[in-house]
Design a protein around this ligand. Structure first.
Ligand code: AQP
Length: 333
């Protein structure tokens, strides 16, 4: 039986963090044995914020190194740079003809960006979900391991696939769906309780896979807490639930349960909990950081990985574009 096709990407907009790890990469690693996986560095997507050309290569190479250091095996998956697959922008152009200004303007992530960078509301920002759809549909993928923040973009990818099918052929693109191992989507909040951990925002309250031991300790000790619950079994505010989530993801079950019970019984000591979390987090991040740093020293090896990744990703991209061109009537010779 042929393996199901999986696609997912990470933008080269900075240092990877716990949100990228637990929201995306951890799922990539779990999927790599059973699926036909295409994972890419979304360097075209990062251009919407006009990065300095001097930084781009380093950012792309770091994303590759941090993915591998987190357990991705390039013998098992295709790991490539989006810009090495020319069929992606071609499909993006085709899908743009099926995407409407009104629906793109309503996308919450677009509205956020308009608020954050009012001086640079470019067409690339507006059509971000179309490019993301092209990234996925180019391999006719069915499973897309992404964080909760990307669910609406996936819905748009399904809409574009269905519109194409309706217009040109009923079955050309399968519907892509969000995939995750646990029912609940993981969303890692920033430690100050203000939004999510992010590559380019909340940097002092985001834990990066490249953070040193003491930086991790300091960030965790400064995490937002409150007075603690006054009644047994109180509901947690979201910033406290986030600390418990991080503890669950990195500590042993016994330790997690010990603090959870203390919370339920109203005798939680956040200082102790943070110290525990800091040590578990240091132990979790350190091997990834060290391996990623080692990998980044050998640029030729990273170039080779990207080149081989593109070679693995091109055949299915070419097949999709040839099929789409034919269906659309762009076949003159
Ligand atoms: N805080 C988060 N919690 C869970 N999942 C997250 N992801 C990102 N942040 C969190 C998931 O990571 C994957 C790659 O994200 P991306 O690079 O494509 O873009 P993003 O979602 O915009 O991530 P950042 O890190 O916040 O980047 P910037 O600061 O550049 O905007 C996606 O699967 C995403 O769901």
């Amino acid at each position: 039986m042929s393996k199901e096709i999986v696609v997912s990407g990470i933008r080269s907009t900075g240092y990877l963090h716990l949100g990228n790890y637990f929201g995306a990469i951890q799922n990539y690693v779990k999927m790599q044995n059973e699926h036909n996986c295409y994972f890419f560095v979304a360097d075209y997507h990062s251009l919407t914020t006009h990065p300095d050309p001097k930084d781009l290569k380093q950012n792309v190479f770091r994303v590759v190194a941090e993915n591998i250091a987190s357990g991705l095996d390039t013998e098992k998956v295709a790991l490539y740079a989006q810009s090495d697959i020319p069929e992606i922008p071609e499909l993006y152009l085709m899908l743009n003809m099926l995407a409407y200004k009104g629906e793109l303007e309503k996308v919450p992530t677009f509205k956020d960006k308009v608020r954050l960078q009012p001086e640079n509301v470019n067409a690339g920002l507006l059509t971000y979900p179309v490019l993301m759809s092209a990234d996925i549909l180019i391999h006719r993928a069915t499973k897309v391991p992404v964080g909760k923040d990307q669910e609406q973009h996936l819905e748009m990818a399904r809409n574009f696939a269905n519109r194409f099918n309706k217009r040109y052929n009923d079955e050309f693109f399968p519907e892509p769906h969000v995939f995750r191992f646990n029912k609940e989507a993981v969303r890692i909040m920033s430690l100050d309780g203000d939004g999510k951990m992010s590559k380019s925002e909340n940097v002092n309250a985001t834990i990066y896979l490249s953070d040193g031991d003491d930086v991790i300790r300091k960030k965790i000790m400064k995490a937002k807490t409150d007075q603690g619950p006054h009644e047994p079994n109180s509901e947690m505010p979201d910033f406290i639930a986030n600390l418990f989530l991080l503890l669950k993801l990195t500590a042993t079950e016994d330790i997690y349960n010990q603090y959870l019970n203390a919370y339920k019984d109203c005798n939680i000591r956040y200082g102790d909990m943070k110290k525990q979390l800091a040590e578990d987090m240091v132990a979790f991040v350190r091997p990834i950081r060290e391996k990623a740093a080692e990998l980044q020293k050998d640029e030729d090896a990273i170039r080779k990985i990207l080149k081989e990744g593109a070679e693995k990703a091109r055949p299915s991209s070419i097949a999709t574009i040839e099929g789409a061109r034919k269906l659309m009537g762009i076949n003159y010779y």
